[in-house]
Design a protein around this ligand. Structure first.
Ligand code: NAP
Length: 482
């Protein structure tokens, strides 16, 4: 019932200026599981994008004039609706992005928690008073009142793999801090994302404070990112698209969560019984379609001789199949994605890697594959596959492992497995990545941790408090006494 308003038959509507409106053209959204058509997504024109952003502009200042508590209460109502409708949304999410159903349900409830924690954390944000006379005694008569103010209209762009969580993690802090938001979801995942918007809208958002922009990113993207009324872009997606946005957006602040090639470094003294389940879950969860998936193992010394047989054994038990059965490996998001992963495996095999797999493939569903003796001339050593394939690279010592890990355009996360705390900390210090996990898999969260990438893995920091800070700017009012 709640969601009847967001579609007309099977076609979904755009949400602009406080109203759900039908559009001329729609893009069919098919399920990666079986190709079933799930609905039509509005393919908005440039004029429609302009209208959406104009309504965000008109709504922003009155919204910012409300108290943070008022804005927070509205977001909390939205979170409540999200929680209440989690089963229905998770069901659609499972069909739309082929992630296992249990994880989809968790994504929705975790997002309601994230919104709640964002509001609580936002209430704790306070300004500060900075006193003059510190560097120069003659400035003692000056006092700065430093506060946080919104940017204006934030463009939030999210990827396909977490359509609810990675949308809300941008929208909630931006709205709480007094911005309005033009939200562009990934086309695959957009139906689920519109359900999030409906929950937030029903929570009581004033017209225009949140609008949707839908349509193929390559079509609407160049226009929306260069729009003069966009004051901040918060983007999660591939490094390639992130680079296009950086080039096309002009001189506005950017927050970007991009691709990764997270290594798991296995030191000679690592507890392999502990490491193996982390590597399996880290590499193959949601078929490897996570920015923080373990995307390469770097094994030091003779570790690989002991590790590879254990990984092979564990891989035999990985559940594969229909997302509604909650397996680890599910169909990839598209045939194109599956073909790409297959091409990386074929290239590694042709160049001499030992490939362990059942070799089975059903449409987009690729079975988990381990490639040993991978070398840097193989694309699999450095490309982000976003699929269920794990390369093992062998190095002779720890220094070589660190050098190889850092020889990447990416720097999202890394894992290091070993027993000697001094060595673990030493390696962590040398790794060029946003987060280093010691004796645990690479992963995002919990949502209050800082989340960031170095090099081509990102710009700025996410994570509840950090996202609130990133969604607002400092403003200093200086009082001159006497
Ligand atoms: P993507 O292809 O880069 O798409 C991300 C978003 O950008 C989508 O909404 C997409 O819309 C839009 N887009 C596409 N072309 C655009 C353009 N020219 N201008 C503006 N927007 C454009 O990424 P994806 O395949 O959805 O997600 C997978 C990638 O995201 C991986 O590289 C992964 O590592 C990364 N990721 C990173 C994080 C992180 O936190 N670091 C988290 C999750 C995912 P359409 O869908 O309409 O094309």
């Amino acid at each position: 019932m709640l969601f009847d308003a967001i579609r007309n038959g099977t076609n979904y509507k755009k949400y602009v200026n406080g109203a759900w409106q039908a559009t001329q053209t729609t893009i069919p959204i098919l399920s990666p599981i079986d190709g079933a058509e799930l609905g039509g997504m509005p393919a908005m024109t440039r004029t429609e994008v302009d209208d959406a952003i104009a309504s965000c502009v008109a709504a922003q200042k009155p919204w910012a004039r409300k108290s943070l508590y008022e804005r927070g209460d509205i977001l909390l109502q939205g979170a409540q609706l999200l929680r209440a409708n989690a089963p229905e949304i998770a069901d659609l999410l499972t069909r739309e992005i082929a992630k296992d159903h249990k994880s989809c349900l968790l994504e929705v409830t975790r997002t309601a928690d994230l919104i709640q924690a964002t509001v609580e954390q936002g209430k704790a944000l306070v300004g500060e008073v900075v006193q003059g006379g510190v560097l120069d005694a003659d400035t003692r008569h000056k006092t700065a009142l430093v506060t946080r103010v919104p940017y204006g209209v934030v463009l939030a762009v999210s990827p396909f793999n977490y359509p609810i969580n990675l949308a809300a993690s941008k929208i909630a802090p931006a709205l709480l801090m007094g911005n309005s938001v033009a939200f562009k979801p990934s086309t695959q995942g957009s139906l689920s994302a519109l359900h999030l918007v409906r929950c937030l809208e029903q929570g009581g958002l004033p017209a225009g404070v949140l609008c949707t922009i839908t349509g193929e990113g390559s079509v609407v993207g160049p226009h929306m990112m260069a729009h003069p009324d966009i004051a901040l872009i918060n983007f999660t997606g591939s490094t390639g698209v992130g680079q296009k946005i950086a080039k096309g957006s002009g001189m506005i602040p950017l927050v970007m969560e991009l691709g990764g090639k997270d290594p798991a470094i296995i030191l000679p003294d690592a507890d392999l019984a502990r490491a193996v389940p982390h590597i399996i879950g880290g590499a193959f969860g949601y078929a490897g379609q996570r920015c923080t998936a373990i995307k390469r193992v770097i094994a030091v010394g003779d570790t690989a001789d002991r590790l590879v047989p254990l990984l092979q054994q564990a891989m035999a038990d990985i559940p594969v199949g229909n997302p509604f059965d909650d397996p680890l490996v599910t169909p990839l998001i598209s045939k194109k994605a599956a073909d790409y992963v297959q091409s990386l495996i074929d290239d590694a095999r042709a160049k001499g890697a030992d490939v362990y797999t059942t070799g089975k493939r059903q449409g987009n569903l690729l079975y988990p594959t381990l490639c040993d003796h991978v070398t840097e001339d193989m694309a699999l050593a450095h490309e982000e596959p976003f699929g269920p394939v794990l390369p093992v690279l062998r190095v002779s010592d720890t220094a070589e492992a660190v050098a190889l890990a850092n020889r990447s355009e990416y720097g999202l996360q890394a894992s290091v497995f070993g027993r000697d705390v001094d060595v673990l900390l030493d390696v962590a210090e040398q790794l060029d990545a946003g987060t280093i996990n010691l004796n645990g898999k690479t992963e995002r969260g919990p949502d209050n941790f800082p989340f960031l990438g170095t090099k081509n893995s990102g710009i700025g920091v996410q994570g509840i408090r950090y996202a609130l800070e990133a969604s607002s700017q400092l403003k200093s009012i200086v009082i001159h006494r006497g």
